[in-house]
Write a protein that binds this ligand. Structure first.
Ligand SMILES: CC(C)(COP(=O)(O)OP(=O)(O)OC[C@H]1O[C@@H](n2cnc3c(N)ncnc32)[C@H](O)[C@@H]1OP(=O)(O)O)[C@@H](O)C(=O)NCCC(=O)NCCS
Length: 178
């Protein structure tokens, strides 16, 4: 689990440019692409579980600059294919939290989320963490279960007066695998 994921061919993930999937650290200038992916991912994949008002509340406090700053401040990774960012994830080392995990709707269910989670877990182990927690959106909780996370409790976040139900989850990390 804790080794760096290998590249995969983008031919298998439905993007037009045939290249390899690269996992790299988020860098200055990524903000706009990350933000557009974040919006596209939530709007396409969370709509069955949340109302328009809840999705608006979830996305309203994020801007390209804030997202870039948050991912640069934490350990943020982008998954890139043919020069295009197709997913991103981040580790909040201080809180032991998998903070973001988003994949573009056109490339979901092809292993990119798993690869991003693996690199975040690898970073967590490298930073001395033995456990990660996260707040999963209702649409993502089943995917996190497939990635080895277990449900702790249902919670609600209140964002700008709008109640957004989520699930707290955790995973113990295999610290002997560095
Ligand atoms: C959750 C998300 C990141 C998963 O990304 P992905 O690239 O599709 O994930 P993968 O293809 O690597 O799948 C990982 C595992 O989860 C499973 N999975 C993925 N989406 C699933 C879903 N909607 N329901 C059930 N299982 C799912 C896959 O089958 C796979 O399990 P397996 O390897 O045992 O077959 C993606 O759906 C997403 O971006 N969702 C919207 C944004 C979001 O809500 N993010 C979480 C914020 S907390």
């Amino acid at each position: 689990m804790a080794s760096r994921p290998d590249a995969v061919n983008c031919q298998t993930v439905g993007v037009e440019k045939f290249d390899e999937l690269t996992l790299r650290k988020v860098r200055p200038g990524d903000g706009e692409a990350l933000y557009l992916l974040f919006l596209a991912s939530i709007r396409a994949l969370a709509a069955a579980h949340y109302s328009e008002a809840q999705i608006l509340a979830w996305t309203s406090h994020i801007t390209p600059a804030r997202l870039e700053a948050r991912l640069m401040h934490s350990v943020g990774y982008a998954a890139e294919c043919g020069g295009e960012i197709v997913g991103f994830a981040s580790l909040d080392v201080h809180h032991g939290e998998l903070d973001f995990l988003y994949v573009h709707p056109k490339t979901v269910r092809h292993g990119i989320g798993r690869r991003l989670a693996e690199v975040v877990e690898w970073e967590a182990i490298r930073h001395g963490l033995s456990r990660l927690e996260l707040t999963a959106s209702l649409n993502a909780a089943s995917a996190y279960e497939r990635l080895g996370y277990r449900r702790l409790r249902n919670i609600t976040k209140t964002i700008e007066g709008v109640v957004v139900p989520c699930v707290r989850m955790e995973k113990n990390l295999p610290t002997n695998q560095l």
